[in-house]
Design a protein around this ligand. Structure first.
Ligand code: PLP
Length: 382
């Protein structure tokens, strides 16, 4: 133990900065874009896209979010243990043996099809429970849910049979669309959302009381007409959804590293494993404390940039597990200890999209690939 009674905190080689002010700002903007009877559901699966599900949920719960979605029951219990009291919505199905704990913890679960519904119903009935459920439809993503295209009448019978099962409190019906990003493909988003809307209408009286939802961030931004009762959102909340600029949403996450050494190398010097880069001229090289062992993609780094002292600079040579070499010849003021931004917000550093585009990746993937052990710094100004 340190003299002060606290363990000394070592200076971080790299860290993830999470701007809670930006998160609250985004929430407020998003809320104002939803009709009064539409509730935004914050999706904090996969540890909140790597940013810390507990902290994000705590912040959003204080700000007025009253329902959260997570990937599975393990994630739901983590939020409960951290004191999150709002209803939790599961995106993946539970088995019958977990019905009791889901009911106890006020977790709403999806019903994937009639067989699954019957199993949950039996488990809940035998214990005298009422399990809160939403029925999941598959309108073309071919993921979880009752397949709809080409078998609407059968599917409607299947839904009605689930609605009549004892032990289940069927409160909602939902789907998830394929999420076509290109404007010329948007008609496919609309086709799937319309299939959902039409199908639910077809259920008539049986479906009237059900909460309906189909929009994640893309549909939320593009098509307010499909907001319905809930919008399920992460990317817009984190400011990483393309098109989010139109709402002036702010980036929440930034990946940073420390400049650990600075050296001047003559023309012809080999830089990095496999002598992957040869200095074409005399150069000033900075060694940043971040690498593929932290979750960056080793193969993508040719063409990658980081920024230091407000200037973008190229990464040179192959990325190491915990180091990256950057060409800081154009930044005479850069010195050991300076902060290097791998990606973040603002014009003077690469964004997470710039980074993802280097290898045809996606920002959600970039964030969830970052290692959980990277220290997280939550920024909050009152
Ligand atoms: C992850 C997920 C979301 C949130 O997606 P974003 O595009 O990041 O808003 C919404 N719905 C479902 C079913 C999901 O799996």
């Amino acid at each position: 133990m340190h003299k002060s009674g606290m363990s000394p905190r070592p200076q971080s080689r790299c860290w993830l900065e999470i701007d809670l002010n930006a998160l609250r700002w985004n929430w407020a903007h998003i809320r104002s874009c939803c009709a009064k009877d539409c509730e935004p559901m914050a999706v904090v699966k996969c540890n909140g896209y790597g940013l810390g599900a507990v902290r994000i949920a705590q912040e959003l719960e204080k700000t007025g979010c009253s329902i959260f979605a997570v990937a599975d029951l393990g994630e739901a219990l983590e939020l409960r243990q951290a004191g999150i009291r709002s209803p939790l919505f599961l995106l993946s199905p539970i088995g019958p043996s977990d019905a009791a704990i889901a009911a106890e913890e006020n977790v709403i679960v999806p019903v994937a099809d009639a067989t699954h519904g019957r199993a949950l119903s039996a488990a809940a009935s035998v214990r005298g429970l009422r399990l809160r459920t939403h029925i999941k439809l598959d309108v073309g993503l071919t993921r979880l849910g009752i397949p709809i295209p080409g078998r609407e009448a059968e599917a409607a019978d299947e839904v009605r049979s689930i609605l009549s099962l004892p032990g289940l409190s069927n409160e909602g019906i939902f789907t998830h669309i394929s999420g076509m990003m290109e404007p010329e493909m948007d008609y496919l988003n609309i086709r799937q959302a319309e299939l959902f809307r039409g199908f639910v209408a077809r259920l008539g009286e049986a479906g009237r009381h059900l909460k309906k939802h189909c929009a994640s961030s893309l549909l939320f931004l593009l098509h307010p007409e499909y907001h319905m009762d809930y919008v399920r959102l992460t990317s817009v909340l984190l400011g990483i959804q393309k098109g989010g600029e139109s709402l002036s949403l702010r980036g929440v996450a930034a990946m940073k590293a420390r400049l650990l050494q600075v050296k001047h190398v003559p023309k012809g010097t080999n830089i990095g494993y496999w002598m992957s880069y040869v200095a074409p001229r005399d150069m000033k090289i900075g060694i940043a404390g971040v690498g593929y062992g932290d979750g960056l993609v080793r193969s993508l780094m040719s063409g990658a940039e980081m920024s230091v002292c407000g200037k973008r600079v190229p990464v040179v040579g192959k990325l190491s597990m915990t180091f990256a070499a950057i060409d800081i010849t154009s930044v005479p003021e850069a010195k050991v200890g300076d902060v290097v931004t791998v990606f973040g917000s603002g014009n003077d550093c690469p964004t997470v999209w710039d980074y993802a585009d280097l290898y045809g990746g996606h920002p959600c993937e970039v964030l969830t690939m970052l290692k959980d052990r990277i220290p997280k710094k939550y920024i909050q100004q009152e």
